[in-house]
Design a binder for this molecule. Structure first.
Ligand SMILES: [Zn+2]
Length: 283
């Protein structure tokens, strides 16, 4: 078996896009700031895409110039606010939703503010607009402290529930709080996901524990430049072998890309993005 070591993809981690300035967990980016950030990517010759699209492109040697865009928690403002901006800039993204909290809110953030989450219809709208839908588990549970039954529900059952909503089992998973251990990685892989997003998975870095960089309202062009420059210096290489699980693709994707490859992604943890964002959120 040939094993290659590749630089992990650059994947950006967003949460809410809103003008709300009450933001104790630093999960909110204003529409203006997101617009500027997407413009900055374009000015550097980069295009934001969903993680599934990014991983398929990399597998077939077409990954140059692509950056993964992820939106955790599935806030309702993704459809209302982020989606029009993504469309304006010709980008796609992956939205990691919580099928156990449809039409609910971010009750796990004790300090609030409460932000509404997508309904089933909202999830279908995002997918119809070309966005990838991934699982963030059922209820936003830390998988590293979950018992076996909970771990099974959060990974496998959440995948089934999303398939019931969209008609397609999601390829991607995203660890709540970015907390991940080997047991969680095994559960996610066994549940059938082709890739999973973490934040800073260290020695677990791989297709099922992809690092991501936290992005917030303070990330102007200078900070984005530095984060991109630091990325190859601080991230472990990604092992890519011929036996890696292929990324599930939608029927439309299969027609456009007959050679789907391994996928990769990452999420928010309880510990901040350390090197490139010492005060990053891990929601
Ligand atoms: Zn989250």
């Amino acid at each position: 078996m040939i094993v290659q070591r590749r630089r992990p993809p650059w994947v950006l981690m967003y949460h809410s896009v809103s003008a709300c300035t009450d933001d104790p967990y630093r999960i909110t980016v204003s529409p203006y700031r997101l617009d500027r950030q997407l413009r900055w990517l374009s000015s550097r010759g980069l295009t934001g895409v969903s993680v599934g699209e990014l991983m398929r492109a990399r597998a077939s040697g077409r990954g140059a110039g692509l950056v993964g865009l992820t939106f955790d928690d599935g806030y309702a403002d993704f459809v209302d606010t982020a989606l029009p901006l993504l469309r304006r800039h010709g980008c796609t993204a992956t939205v990691f939703v919580l099928p156990g909290r449809l039409d609910g809110d971010n009750a796990w953030d004790e300090q609030g503010p409460r932000k509404p989450l997508l309904s089933a219809d909202g999830i279908r709208t995002a997918e119809a607009e070309g966005m990838e839908i991934g699982s963030h588990g059922l209820l936003h549970t830390d998988l590293t402290t979950a018992d076996d039954a909970t771990l099974e529900r959060e990974t496998r059952h959440s995948r089934t529930l999303i398939a019931d909503i969209t008609g397609t089992a999601p390829a991607g998973f995203c660890y709540p709080y970015g907390t991940v251990d080997a047991r969680a990685v095994d559960a996610v892989r066994t549940a059938g996901y082709g890739y999973a997003c973490a934040i800073d998975p260290g020695p677990l870095t791989g297709v099922h524990a992809l690092p991501r960089v936290h992005i917030d309202a303070s990330d102007n062009s200078v900070r984005l430049f530095l984060k991109r420059a630091l990325h190859p210096l601080r991230r472990k290489p990604l092992s890519v072998s011929g036996t890696t699980t292929p990324v599930p693709v939608r029927p439309a994707d299969e027609a456009a890309d007959a050679n789907p490859g391994p996928a990769g992604a990452g999420e928010p943890a309880r510990t901040a993005e350390r090197a490139d964002d010492e005060n990053g959120s891990k929601r």
